[in-house]
Design a binder for this molecule. Sequence first.
Ligand code: NAD
Length: 279
Amino acid sequence: MEILDGKKVAKEIRENLKQEVELLRKRGIIPKLAVIMCGNDPASTIYVRNKSKACKEIGIEYEEYLLSDNVTMDELLNVIDNLNNKKDVHGILLQSPIPKGLDINEAFNKIFYKKDVDGFNPVNVGKLCIGQDSFISCTPYGIIKLLEEYNIQIEGKNAVVIGRSNIVGKPVSQCLLNKNATVTICHSKTKDLPEITKKADILIAAIGKPKFISSSMVKKGAVVIDVGINRKNDGTICGDVDFDEVSKKASYITPVPGGVGPMTIAMLMNNVVKAAKEN
Ligand code: NAD
């Protein structure tokens, strides 16, 4: 069994990006990411802090727009619109969740697709579906990069994705399909889940339930990607996969933390640099 070391691969990606940013800066292009956050959700605060740290390390300018919990939809759309029009801003990220009563899809629709470094605007989602160059959302993109970095074959493999969210499950399924895997998407209404997961050569868990995937659900030699971030009472985090048990059966497995999480941030940085190069 080999650990898919997202922390290490992400560091290498960030180092390469740092050099790319130096070259861009010499040409007078200073990549800039603007992050919008509404309210002060503790998990979001940590994610946003990590993103700002990564930007600083790479030489990407970072701007934060902290809106209150009771911001209106119009106010939020206005902030996005202003950022769409700012020439020096290359990437716009709206941190989720946003306050109840606001429509996150309407907000994603508003982000100009060429600045949509999270890849959630329908233009980018559509481009991904028809195989055109686009901003691919960062977690799915990070998963594919990690698999590629370890030379794990995707083509022709049975890939099973558990979870069908717009931010992980659906786009990662599309990415795997684009790489010629045979993809099955499972969700909360799926019947006989273990029967399906046991056939997976590549198993991706994006559920949000601690240790949901037991070793009896996994085929021997499977590649197991754990996207879950579940906060335990003691403040530490664990994934959706029972790592101790499943790691005895898998050929490759991602740890939590240190697997998909760091890759997500690295691919966000990658997308900001891409946006700066293309705008
Ligand atoms: P979500 O709640 O939007 O989606 C969860 C999915 O799991 C749903 O599609 C649901 O149908 C499915 N599901 C729930 N119970 C199930 C069951 N019993 N059997 C089969 N399927 C079931 O969550 P999300 O936003 O996709 O995130 C999933 C997890 O990934 C969360 O823990 C989240 O924190 C984590 N996450 C991690 C990263 C990262 O960078 N590592 C990024 C995004 C999300």
